[in-house]
Design a protein around this ligand. Structure first.
Ligand code: DUT
Length: 355
């Protein structure tokens, strides 16, 4: 029987994906600085076990820091979870993370969450380090490894081209890296750090692209911006898919913008791809070569991995492509009535009600 075949070009590790998602959460229309003393920030929390299931995605909002917002709103403890932050946390966030017994904290080496006089910021960051050392919770800078051709990953996610793609949402390494590296006590590794940051941001900007549709034109509308942002998160998730032909990402949000599930299409956890079929549907003449039965769709994974079983009236499923009929059945069965996806063939995004 013809089995294993081409391996998918994808983001190397789930941890890399999570840091990119934390960075992109700062761009959420819901993300605001808690006050003029703090920078806004993004957060991703995942289980520390082998599966690394995402349990929370968020940002600073409603006058709360990202860490505070997640710890106060997620209906479970973050005990033993790994936390990815877009900035080094302030002392208050450090106390929240320590009290909730997370297992480790990683942050992107941008300006820290706390703003103000350099000496005051430096002093507080030292306290943060000391608190983590005493609590035996690790905290460190994390830079995704992005030594691959990102265009090869993108090819599997988007099937059409958009002329605005590369000018969208571009994020660059901050100009004051000298100062930031000194605050983060990283002067000796500045060159390496900056070079890895540039590569990771290039990868992030490339993967986000745009949503190729109507949403882009309605820049003034917060709801539309929210849709664009959520669909971009789907694109990011899709970059980790191990389907050799097609990367798809899916996110579940409730009516208040709380995330409660994320999935991308792929083989079951821990699968050894070489032993599994990867052919398309049309390969009917060779039994056992079609990937269909063994490859789980992004929507199914998001529903399986969701951390709240209860579905509310206005919950939304975002997906980087319209769900197939089988997935529509699952979605309908669990009670989700609204699907928002990027339209495949035309230049507009789709907003679909499932009855
Ligand atoms: O938050 C998550 C985590 C995982 N998956 C799904 C995708 C895939 O169907 C399966 C396994 O994911 P992945 O291939 O990333 O994990 P792995 O098998 O542990 O990967 P590796 O190849 O690194 O061993 O779980 C999700 O949908 N959402």
């Amino acid at each position: 029987m013809e089995r294993g075949c081409k391996t998918a070009k994808r983001l190397g590790k789930k941890t890399d994906l999570y840091m990119l998602v934390a960075l992109h959460m700062e761009k959420s229309p819901m993300c605001v600085s808690p006050s003029d003393k703090f920078n806004k920030s993004g957060i991703v929390v995942c289980e520390s076990d082998k599966i690394h299931k995402v349990v929370a995605v968020g940002c600073s909002r409603e006058n709360l820091h990202a860490v505070q917002h997640i710890i106060l709103s997620v209906p479970r403890s973050l005990r033993n979870c790994t936390v990815y932050l877009s900035r080094k946390p302030c002392a208050t966030c450090a106390t929240f993370l320590i009290q909730d017994s997370v297992s480790s904290v990683y942050y992107w080496p941008m300006a820290p969450e706390l703003k103000g006089e350099d000496s005051a910021v430096e002093e507080e960051l030292k306290q943060v380090d000391q608190m983590f050392v005493r609590s035996q919770i690790s905290i460190s800078i994390f830079l995704p490894s992005t030594d691959f051709d990102v265009s090869k990953i993108s090819e599997r996610i988007r099937r059409h081209k958009c002329r605005n793609c590369h000018s969208h949402n571009a994020e660059a390494v901050p100009k004051d890296m000298e100062k930031i590296m000194s605050l983060l006590n990283m002067q000796d590794r500045k060159m390496m750090c900056v070079s890895q940051m540039k590569k990771a941001l290039h990868c992030l900007n490339y993967l986000l692209h745009c949503t190729h549709g109507e949403f882009e034109k309605k820049e003034e509308d917060d709801v539309e911006k929210m849709h664009v942002h959520a669909l971009q998160l789907c694109y990011l998730l899709a970059a980790r898919s191990d389907d050799p032909d097609r990367g798809v990402g899916c996110i579940l949000y409730n009516q208040n913008g709380y995330f409660f599930g994320a999935g991308y299409n792929g083989y079951p956890i821990g699968a050894i791809y070489a032993n599994l079929p990867c052919g398309g549907r049309h390969n009917k003449k060779k039994p056992g070569t079609a990937k269909g039965p063994v490859l789980i769709h992004a929507e199914a994974n998001a529903l399986l991995f969701r951390f709240s079983k209860k579905i509310e009236e206005n919950d939304v499923l975002y997906c980087s492509k319209p769900p197939c009929s089988e997935c529509q059945n699952y979605i309908q069965y669990v009670g989700i009535k609204k699907i928002i996806s990027v339209q495949e063939s035309s230049q507009s995004s789709s907003d679909q009600q499932v009855s």
